[in-house]
Design a protein around this ligand. Structure first.
Ligand code: PNW
Length: 476
């Protein structure tokens, strides 16, 4: 028993991945609606227009959460439902607000603590068209601040807020590899906005400042009465040096974690970008103005941690390569064979390695002074799962084992190493729209039958989750 009796556990989802109903009740278009309409961007040519239809099935989803024993639920709001065009002078859509207010009321009534993510990648499309969306250093943070204020004012009963989900993914996958919306790639010579080898670093910077603005609004205007907490969710793999005897590999492994986590966490906890990033990127990495820094530094009440996997890296030649993120990092990533890092899954970037979870919890606890941590995502896909039919597809022992091993690694990080983890949300409550992978890759503990009216059926892992946590949470 090593997790405290008030430890929260549950599941996570995101608006565009589960809600569907993209044309309903006045929702505006988002960059993901637009991106999905470009041929070739989504593996199976699908989009989130129906997804799990969760927008119309809130009571079913809450009943499911309750049946599984969850004590919390993380979901994101669709900005474009609340302010369809997104901007601070654009109209607010009361129907969108009413939907989420009722959802939070219903969760609380079911005894489930809500964790709300303000933006999980689905930026209102109009902001992208109007001024370049996340690339705009002046406009974007102000529009996000306004949206955040509208939300805080409307949903005072929610006490746990996450500004952004994985700014690394928005920046690198959205503006370097082009794998995610809006699909910019940094090896284009020039973008409409400027030198695109700078775009990911500008986007990361603007997300940090926008986060800082929303946190300031919450702390100044809402927190004193509402008594909630607010933070940002960062993704990061644990990284092992390819050759632990080679100091250049050791440094490269650390640099890779810094380029994922410390890119955002160092400014928040220390008020500066990591030296390794400045060294690699030079003036392509923006400088904070004093005003921006005042907003960003100290802006986390808790650390939101998304974590899935670990990898090995070899050092590169040390030279930055602006046309390529991994070149910039000066590392060569490798997955060693299955026995070393973990078995293959349906996601090319994901191999289970529970020791790495404990390793990363310790890495960031040491670096950032043992902050309160909520694990806001952790989970796995399964190689070939989508080829199965009922009832075999419900038998996800591989996923059960993943959760069992990861939760126990986390319990050791808390009980034996002193990490301050307060809650855990598994990704995901149900199969859903897995971004560029469409519906072919499943992450749910609940099976969703897209061919049969979005019917939900619990998999084995769903039914075992409570048992996993009961074994490690102290009794009251
Ligand atoms: C997270 N990578 O994304 C997201 O927050 C979820 O919305 C998503 O469904 C989940 O993980 C599973 O993919 C990631 O390529 C997507 O390293 C890709 C990567 C990491 C995280």
């Amino acid at each position: 028993m090593s997790l405290p009796s008030d430890f929260l556990w549950g599941f996570a989802t995101a608006a565009y991945q589960v809600e569907g109903a993209t044309q309903q009740d006045g929702r505006g278009p988002t960059i993901w609606d637009t991106f999905c309409s470009i041929p070739g961007k989504i593996a199976d040519g699908t989009d989130g227009s129906v997804a799990c239809d969760s927008y119309n099935r809130t009571s079913e989803d809450i009943a499911l959460l309750k049946r599984l024993g969850s004590t919390c639920y993380r979901f994101s709001l669709s900005w474009a439902r609340i302010i369809p065009l997104g901007g601070r002078n654009d109209p607010v859509n009361q129907a969108g607000i009413d939907h989420y207010v009722k959802f939070v009321d219903d969760l609380l009534e079911a005894g489930i603590v809500p964790f709300i993510t303000l933006l999980h990648w689905d930026v209102p499309d109009e902001l992208d068209k109007r001024y370049g969306g996340l690339l705009n250093r002046e406009e974007f943070p102000l529009d996000f601040e306004h949206y955040a204020r509208v939300v805080f004012k409307s949903i005072p009963k929610c006490k746990n807020w996450i500004t952004f989900n994985e700014p690394w993914c928005s920046s690198i996958l959205g503006y370097s590899t082009g794998f995610f919306a809006p699909g910019h790639t940094s090896n284009r010579a020039k973008s409409a906005i400027g030198d695109s080898s700078r775009e990911p670093w500008i986007v990361g910077h603007n997300l940090l400042v926008a986060h800082g603005r929303a946190v300031k609004v919450y702390r100044d205007e809402f927190k004193p009465a509402d008594k909630g907490q607010i933070g940002i969710t960062l993704n990061g793999d644990y990284t092992y040096p390819w050759d632990p005897e080679d100091p250049r590999d050791v440094e490269a492994a650390n640099r890779k974690i810094e380029f994922a986590i410390s890119w955002f966490a160092d400014p928040i906890y220390f008020g500066k970008y990591p030296d390794s990033m400045r060294k690699q990127l030079g003036d392509r990495l923006p400088e904070f103005t004093p005003e921006e820094l005042a907003l960003v530094q100290g802006s986390n009440d808790f650390y939101g941690m998304n974590h899935y996997t670990a990898d090995y890296v070899k050092h590169g030649d040390g030279n930055p390569a602006p046309e390529d993120f991994l070149g910039d990092l000066s590392t060569h990533p490798y997955s060693k064979s299955g026995e070393c890092i973990g078995p293959e899954t349906q996601s090319f970037w994901l191999r289970p390695n529970p020791e790495g979870f404990r390793g990363l919890l310790n890495w960031l606890s040491k670096r950032y002074g043992y902050p309160a941590i909520y694990v806001t995502e952790n989970g796995t896909s399964i190689l070939g799962e989508n080829d199965l039919k009922e009832p075999e597809i419900l038998n996800d022992e591989f996923r059960y084992q993943y959760f069992h091993d990861y939760v126990n690694a986390m319990a050791k990080a808390v009980g034996e190493d002193g990490c301050n983890v307060r809650g855990y949300m598994a990704w995901s409550l149900m199969d859903n729209f897995e971004w560029a992978e469409g519906y072919e890759t499943r992450f749910g503990v609940t099976y969703v039958n897209y061919a049969d009216g979005q019917q939900r059926k619990e998999k084995y892992s769903a039914r075992k989750m409570k048992e996993i946590f009961d074994a490690v949470i102290e009794k009251k």
